[in-house]
Design a protein around this ligand. Structure first.
Ligand code: NAG
Ligand code: NAG
Length: 369
C-alpha cells in the first residue's frame, strides 16, 4: 500500500484529493450552505416595536388566577421560584403513557447540563375517552409533569395545542430562558442542545431555532386532510419556519408570540403557524442541520452525540442510544467524524429507499384512481 502510494504522480495525487474533497462537499455541502446563507438581518419597524411594547405589558394574570378555565391539568407550581435554562415541552398524545414513561427513564431524565437546569414536561390535549382521562389524572399525580389543555387532542388540533402550550410557558414558567417544543417520537440530545445554546454567547433573545423549511407551499388539494383554503392563507409560499418535530424559542419570542397569536391563520399546520407568527414579529428562523426535521437518523453513538434530534425513534433505539451515550465513553474528533459520515450515508440510503417505496406507492395510487 505504502509503496503504491509513494509511486503516485502529482496528477494522480490531485485526482485523489479532488475525490476526497468532492465526497465531503456532496455529503456536508448542503448543511453548510443552509446554515450560513439562510440567515438575514432582523427587521425592525414601528409595528414590531409596538408588538414588543405589548409583549412587555402582556397580562396573563387571568390564566394564572384561574388555570382550570384553560387547562385540565396545569401544574401551576412546577416552575415556581426556579431558574430554568431550558423548558422542554414534549407534545404527547393522551393514550401514549408507555412512550412518556420511556422518555422519563431516558433522555427526559436529564435535569441539568453543566449545572444549567432543565425541566421536561408533557403537553397534551384531552382524550376522547373518560377512562383515559382517569389514567392521565393518576399519571399526573405521580409525576407532576403533565399539562393538559382544554381541547380534544387530535391531529387537526395541533395548532390549538401550540397556542395553549406557548401561553402556558409564558404564564407559568416565565423564568425559563429557552423553550423547546418536541414531538414524543423524537429523540433529543439535550446535552448537545444546551451546549449549543450556551455557545450563542449570551444571546438569549430573539431566538427561533430549528431545521428551517424554506419556501414550503400550502396544500391546495381540497380532498386532503391538510387542505389549506386560499381564504385562510392566500400566498403562494409559507414564510420560512422551523420544522415542527423539534424547535426552540427564547422566552421573549414565546411572549411576543402570545401577542400576535390571534392574528395568524389557524387552519395551517402547527409549525407553519409558528413561522407565520414569527414573521409578523420580524424574526427570521435560525437554521441548524443538527436538527433532523422529519428525518430519522440511523443510529451511531458518536453521531447521536453530535446531532440534536432524530425523528421516528423507536422505543428500542431510544433506550439503546440513551444507554450508550451515557456509558462515559467520549468521542474523539476522528470518531465523531467517522460517526457523522456513517450516519449521514446510512440516512441518505434510508431516505432513498423510503422515497423509492413512496414513489412506487404514489404511482400505484395514481393508476388505481
Ligand atoms: C378541536 O378541539 C375542539 C375543542 O375541544 C373540539 O371541539 C374539536 O372537535 C376539535 N377538533 C378536531 C378536529 O378534533
Ligand atoms: C405512541 O407513540 C409512538 C411513538 O411515538 C407512536 O408510534 C404511536 O402511534 C403512539 N401511539 C398512540 C396511541 O398515539
Amino acid at each position: 500500500m505504502q509503496v503504491t502510494l509513494c509511486r503516485l504522480r502529482t496528477h494522480q495525487w490531485c485526482f485523489l484529493l479532488f475525490n476526497v474533497v468532492l465526497f465531503h462537499v456532496l455529503l456536508f455541502g448542503a448543511d453548510f450552505v443552509e446554515e450560513y446563507f439562510l440567515r438575514s438581518l432582523p427587521r425592525v419597524d414601528m409595528k414590531i416595536l409596538s408588538i414588543k411594547n405589548k409583549a412587555r405589558k402582556l397580562n396573563l394574570e387571568p390564566l394564572r388566577h384561574n388555570p382550570s378555565k384553560y387547562y385540565v391539568l396545569s401544574q401551576p407550581e412546577v416552575c415556581n421560584g426556579k431558574t430554568i435554562f431550558l423548558l422542554s415541552l414534549i407534545f404527547s398524545s393522551p393514550g401514549n403513557a408507555t412512550r412518556r414513561e420511556l422518555i422519563r427513564k431516558t433522555w427526559g431524565s436529564v435535569t441539568s447540563v453543566r449545572g444549567y437546569p432543565i425541566l421536561t414536561l408533557f403537553a397534551l390535549g384531552m382524550p376522547a375517552l373518560v377512562a383515559t382521562q382517569e389514567e392521565l389524572d393518576a399519571e399526573a399525580q405521580e409525576n407532576n409533569d403533565i399539562i393538559e389543555g382544554i381541547f380534544l387532542d387530535s391531529s387537526e388540533n395541533q395548532t390549538l395545542k401550540i397556542i395553549s402550550m406557548t401561553q402556558w410557558a409564558v404564564a407559568f414558567c416565565p423564568n425559563a430562558l429557552f423553550v423547546l417544543k418536541a414531538d414524543e417520537d423524537t429523540f433529543i440530545n439535550l446535552p448537545g442542545l444546551v451546549d449549543y445554546l450556551l455557545n450563542l454567547k449570551g444571546q438569549m433573545e430573539g431566538i427561533y431555532l430549528g431545521r428551517v423549511i424554506h419556501q414550503d407551499i400550502p396544500n391546495r388539494d381540497p380532498h386532503s386532510q391538510e387542505f389549506v383554503p386560499l381564504s385562510e392563507y392566500p400566498e403562494k409560499y409559507y414564510p420560512d419556519y422551523c420544522s415542527g418535530e423539534a424547535f426552540i424559542m427564547s422566552q421573549d419570542v414565546a411572549r411576543m408570540m402570545c401577542v400576535v397569536l390571534n392574528e395568524a391563520p389557524i387552519m395551517v399546520p402547527a409549525d407553519v403557524f409558528v413561522g407565520i407568527c414569527a414573521k409578523s414579529l420580524g424574526l427570521t428562523p435560525s437554521h441548524s442541520s443538527r436538527f433532523s426535521g422529519e428525518r430519522h437518523i440511523t443510529y451511531n453513538r458518536c453521531c447521536y452525540k453530535f446531532i440534536f434530534t432524530s425523528s421516528e425513534a423507536t422505543d428500542a433505539e431510544t433506550s439503546l442510544a440513551w444507554k450508550e451515550m451515557n456509558d462515559g465513553k467520549e468521542c474523539s474528533v476522528f470518531e465523531t467524524y467517522y460517526g457523522l459520515i456513517s450516519c449521514k450515508l446510512l440516512t441518505y440510503l434510508d431516505s432513498f429507499r423510503h422515497f423509492h417505496w413512496r414513489s412506487s406507492e404514489d404511482r400505484a395510487g395514481y393508476f388505481g384512481d
